[in-house]
Design a protein around this ligand. Structure first.
Ligand code: GRG
Ligand code: ZN
Length: 312
């Protein structure tokens, strides 16, 4: 088991991802290609290796995924969705290439996803989820166009997703889940609205996610998973309570989920690695202050130097 972050092995793993066309995984995740690019690029930048992927090629690929309505698909020929539209913006902002996008069209797509009650849908088919409010707000904040939506209504809707246990669900009344907590806390942070919630109660719910082995789970009675190192810790960091968990034990748990031979990080020790858990493992370590990594911003899940460059 590796007890330090194997940066060069993970860089090689991320570089190999678009060449693994003989593996089933490659084809099963086709719809996530643009998300994968965001996860891979973010992990690489945090590990000081952003040049490990070809910049021009990425920019042209991202541009090719924009639809007439302004939204982005997850891969060539795929329908537009908020999930991929945010990844497109994040990748282009990280590469300092956002000027090469038709931003007016993106803004009008994102704004068209807001519903009367302030919530957001994910695409034209109408699924509503607190993830999409966070995505809509972050997309417009990165493009400096928050004026295009009704921010007060969005905040009002997010507050309705908070439960009596202090956590948040995907819609009003739904069970608290760390992933949704991260989205709702992020949405409130993006709108300077954190004073509207009980942060101590939320902090308690979040820190109770840490298990004996140091890992974090998504909700009570569930198993630990490396991605919650992001969903839980980023929310704790945003409300200034990251010291409420044992950082050393969490770092060790993330490191124990590395594949020391072929690189990458999995959801828990011994499982298959993927770029999603690699990104959130590295981002989690960055948040915990792991040496040799660039600092990640807990609200955007993007490198701090990028957020500073765009002046946010
Ligand atoms: C830019 C960082 C960033 C995010 C964009 C897509 C998104 C916004 C946020 C996703 C938040 C979320 C809901 C994460 C949770 C994902 C997850 C591991 C769900 C698993 O749920 P279950 O029920 O697993 O399968 P548990 O662990 O509860 O058993
Ligand atoms: Zn996971």
């Amino acid at each position: 088991m590796a007890d330090s972050l194997l940066i060069s092995t993970h860089v090689k793993y991320i570089q190999s991802l678009d060449k693994r066309t003989d593996e089933l995984e490659y084809w099963l995740t086709e719809h996530l290609r643009l998300n994968g690019l965001y996860w891979g690029l973010t992990a690489l930048d945090l590990m000081n290796n952003i040049d490990a992927l070809p910049r021009e090629e990425i920019i042209n690929y991202v541009k090719s995924l924009q639809h007439e309505n302004g939204g982005f698909g997850g891969h060539t020929g795929h329908d537009p969705h908020m999930l991929y539209t945010l990844s497109a913006i994040q990748v282009m902002v990280t590469l300092d290439a956002v000027d090469m996008l038709d931003t007016d069209k993106i803004v009008s797509y994102v704004a068209s996803m807001q519903m009367e009650d302030g919530s957001f849908k994910g695409d034209e088919w109408g699924e509503v989820d607190s993830r999409f409010v966070y995505i809509g707000l972050m997309a417009l904040k990165l493009l400096k166009r928050m004026d295009a939506i009704n921010v007060d209504k969005a905040v009002e809707w997010v507050l309705k997703c908070q439960n009596y246990d202090g956590g948040f669900g995907n819609t009003p009344g739904a069970e608290s889940h760390s992933g949704q907590v991260c989205c709702c806390v992020g949405a409130l942070a993006l709108t300077n609205s954190l004073h509207l919630i009980d942060q101590d109660m939320l902090g308690w719910w979040l820190c109770e996610r840490q298990l004996k082995n140091g890992g974090l789970n998504g909700r009570p009675e569930k198993l630990e998973d490396v991605c919650y190192s992001w969903w839980v810790s980023s929310a704790l960091a945003i409300i200034g309570r990251l010291h409420w968990i044992n950082k050393e034990k969490l770092s060790q748990f993330i490191l124990s989920a590395q594949d020391p031979e072929d690189g990458g990080i999995s959801d828990r020790p011994g499982n298959m690695v993927d770029v999603y858990h690699t990104c959130f493992g590295v981002a989690g370590l960055s948040l915990l202050g792991y040496p040799g990594l660039k600092k990640v911003n807990p609200i955007y899940c993007m490198p701090e130097h990028v957020i500073a460059r765009v002046g946010l």
